[in-house]
Design a protein around this ligand. Structure first.
Ligand code: PBG
Length: 331
């Protein structure tokens, strides 16, 4: 019997030690690229845990300030605010009220972090409407795209006035980027950037978020959010948003949509973000609590995968914790 041929190509050489693996790693996580989504509840008198999102709470103003400070100290790059109002109505009037919980929260965050961390709004009506949809309804009950754009334009100005650095347009109405850009420019807010949730899919992975914002929604968002079956359409949506003036485009959710993320990242020449959503957190936390997954390794692997697929910016509920791990050098 002749001896087995000896391989000449030996990729294992570069995997031999931790320093070698670190040296040749193609992708690395950085705290500055992470965005922490936070919830501020208008009627909370103490932080309220969200049962389906272990470790995440609905904040009071005081606890929000503390969380923002901790994120800033850990080097987190951005904070994205969701307001949970105590009352709602058909047009989501709380969204454009300067004293509404979302706008108050933006002002409070700016007071706390100044320009040290990027303060990002959520520009969508779903938290503020009594029917829970992301826009206003037509008489037949459907979501009225163009009437909603009017409300989004008003919201853009209110969020700029409240102090947001970046507006996160998450409603998936056609033309929302152009409408908000025009409204901002119209009031001289030319320096306020737009992060467009370009490819936002109608996903079951948002389930826990609905608890987080006390969502009033009956039914679903399939007439405006994207069909999970569609990949090419994700690119089409991103290109439309770039043409309308988006400064950053986002794909959401993250882990199930890495193909879309990779397509978008390879094509657009502006920063690309991904949102690791509530259900992605919930799955890992539940499995880790059962001892079925190594929590820390799973979190880092999922974030590294999102980075590898092309996200320069990653929104994750684990942002502060992961930023601390990265500072320890324990990636
Ligand atoms: C809606 C909005 C949603 C999320 C962020 N913004 C929910 C939805 O579209 O139903 C989901 C975030 C998450 O699941 O973590 N404005």
């Amino acid at each position: 019997m002749s001896p087995a041929p000896v391989p000449t190509d030996r990729p294992r050489r570069l995997r031999a030690t931790a320093p070698l693996r670190r040296l040749v790693a193609e992708h690395r996580l950085a705290a500055a690229d992470l965005v922490l989504p936070v919830f501020l509840a208008e009627d909370a008198t103490e932080p309220r845990p969200i049962s389906s999102m272990p470790g995440v709470v609905q904040h009071t103003e005081d606890s929000l300030r503390a969380a923002a400070r901790e994120a800033a100290d850990a080097g987190v790059g951005g904070i994205m605010l969701f307001g949970v109002p105590a009352t709602r109505d058909a047009t989501g009037s709380g969204a454009t009220d300067p004293r509404g919980v979302g706008n108050r929260g933006l002002t409070l965050l700016r007071e706390e972090v100044g320009d040290d961390v990027v303060v990002i709004s959520d520009l969508c009506l779903d938290e503020f409407t009594d029917h829970g949809h992301c826009g206003v309804l037509a008489s037949d009950g459907s979501v009225d795209n163009d009437a909603t754009l009017q409300r989004y334009a008003e919201m853009a100005v209110a969020q700029y006035e409240a102090g947001a650095h970046v507006l996160g347009l998450s409603g998936m109405m056609d033309g929302q980027v152009a409408a908000c850009r025009a409204a901002l420019d119209g009031v001289g807010a030319t320096g306020t950037a737009i992060l467009a949730y370009s490819a936002k899919y109608a996903s079951a992975f948002y389930g826990p978020f609905r608890e987080a914002v006390d969502s009033q929604l009956q039914g679903d968002r399939r007439t405006y959010q994207m069909d999970p079956a569609n990949r090419a359409e994700g690119m089409r949506e991103a290109l439309l948003d770039v043409a309308e003036g988006a400064d950053i485009v986002m794909v959401k959710p993250a882990l199930g949509y890495l193909d879309v993320l990779a397509d978008v990242a390879a094509t657009v020449d502006i920063p690309v973000a991904a949102y690791q959503v509530s259900g992605e957190l919930a799955m890992v936390e539940a499995a880790a609590a059962n001892g079925w997954l190594d929590r820390r390794r799973t979190i880092l692997e999922s974030l590294t995968s999102i980075r590898r697929a092309g996200a320069g910016i990653i929104a994750t509920y684990w942002a502060t914790e992961v930023a601390r791990w990265l500072a320890d050098g324990t990636q």
